[in-house]
Structures are given as structure tokens and as C-alpha cells.
Design a protein around this ligand. Structure first.
Ligand SMILES: [Fe+2]
Length: 234
């Protein structure tokens, strides 16, 4: 038996996930947002959970992680970021194939670089948490933070689309009120990927011409330090 919740930050359209073993009460969080720390604490303590790990799918550019605030309260909880994630402060640096164990539950790490070099997806039971690698009907941008459209194409087609077709896709964001998709739907219906060659995908990504995220100059340095307050210049 398990506990699973999908939480939403309306300011940045970010999804955060809570997973717990309902028997042992061991829990993990994926991509928590600093402004919602009290909500997470309420959920953890209201359900009698023990927070074991705080997982990041990557170093985010649009929000500051709640990791520092959560670790201040739950000193045993460990932060988890890819070894290529650019956050040397992380307690556990993971790579492809690693397992994160909480209670009797296991999350498997899939390296899915391209949006950033340190992007990972987390596979758990019948679902995969894809961060900003694969979004519903879209994907993460590849024009900053070491992004690489060719690598992202390889990650999505080689790692995510090779999972069982019915595998549920829970993304890191959705801007249109959608909660969940699956591998088959994205393979056949994602306009950036369905029927597209690697070169066509790269051309699409290079033409997006997106505005810079509002918080990038604050969020990236803060997240590289696991959400700790940045020292102010004197
Ligand atoms: Fe991102």
C-alpha cells in the first residue's frame, strides 16, 4: 500500500510529488518548492510520515527548492541530485540506474539529460516522474543551463519512450491544467516528438525563441546551494 500526492505551485506551474510507504510511513518528496514548505510539513506530520529523501529532477531555473527549509526541520532527510546536476551541496549524488529506497518502496533513476546535463527522471511502480525532460505535449527548453536538444531527443526516445507504453508520465510542469499522460500518448501525440526525426526535433527546439524565466538569476544560484540563503554582497 502506498500514498501518492501530486501538488501544484500556481506561480510557476510546478508539480511536486509526495510518495510514501503507507505501512512503514517512510516518505520522499520530488521537486518541492520553497514557498510551499509549510504545506509539505502539514502533509508529512498530518499523515505521520518520516521524510527520508528530497529528490530533485534537476537544478531548477524557475523556483527555489524547499530542500534547505525541509532539512532544517527534518535533519535526517537527505537531498538527492544527479552527480551531473551542478549542486555539490547534495547529500546523495545519483547516476543512471541508482535506486532510492524508502520503506519497502524503490525509485529507479533514469538519466535523461538535455534540458540540463544533470536532468534525471524517477521511475516508481507504474509511473515515471520526468521533470522537465518530457512534459505533456511538450518538453523542457534547451536554450540555457547547458541544454542540448540532440541529447534531449536521445533521452526521451531512448529512455522514456522505451518504457512500457502504459507507463504513466507525471511531468515537472504543466501550463494547461493537465495532470498526467502516458508513454503511448506522448509517443503518438506529442507535437515535438511524434513522427519527428532527431534533426526535426532540434530544428523545432532552436526556433522556440522563449523569454528568459523571471527567477533564473535567483533560482539557479540558490538551487546550486540546495536552496540555502545566498550570502549578500557587502
Ligand atoms: Fe527546468
Amino acid at each position: 500500500m502506498t500514498l501518492f500526492k501530486q501538488l501544484f505551485d500556481a506561480a510557476t506551474f510546478t508539480y511536486t510529488y509526495v510518495l510514501a510507504d503507507a505501512v512503514t510511513r517512510d516518505a520522499i518528496l520530488i521537486d518541492p518548492v520553497q514557498e510551499h514548505t509549510d504545506e509539505y510539513i502539514g502533509l508529512i506530520e498530518g499523515n505521520g510520515l518520516t521524510l527520508r529523501y528530497i529528490l530533485e529532477t534537476h537544478v531548477h531555473a524557475d523556483h527555489v527548492t524547499a530542500v534547505a527549509k525541509l532539512k532544517a526541520r527534518y535533519t535526517e532527510a537527505k537531498s538527492v541530485v544527479s552527480e551531473h546536476g551542478g549542486a555539490p551541496c547534495a547529500d546523495v549524488k545519483i547516476k543512471d540506474g541508482d535506486m532510492v529506497v524508502f520503506g519497502n518502496e524503490v525509485v529507479r533513476v533514469l538519466a535523461t539529460p538535455g534540458h540540463t546535463p544533470g536532468c534525471v527522471s524517477y521511475q516508481w511502480r507504474d509511473r515515471v516522474f520526468t521533470g522537465d525532460a518530457l512534459l505533456i505535449g511538450g518538453c523542457g527548453r534547451t536554450d540555457f543551463q547547458g541544454g542540448d536538444a540532440g541529447r534531449l531527443y536521445d533521452s526521451i526516445t531512448g529512455r522514456i519512450f522505451t518504457l512500457a507504453p502504459e507507463t504513466l508520465i507525471f511531468p515537472g510542469h504543466d501550463y494547461n491544467g493537465r495532470f498526467v499522460s502516458n508513454v503511448a500518448q506522448e509517443m503518438t501525440g506529442n507535437p515535438r516528438l511524434a513522427g519527428k526525426s532527431r534533426d526535426e526535433f532540434i530544428a523545432i527546439m532552436n526556433q522556440l525563441d522563449l523569454p528568459k524565466p523571471k527567477l533564473i538569476d535567483v533560482a539557479v544560484p540558490a538551487n546550486q546551494q540546495c536552496g540555502r540563503e545566498l550570502a549578500r554582497a557587502a
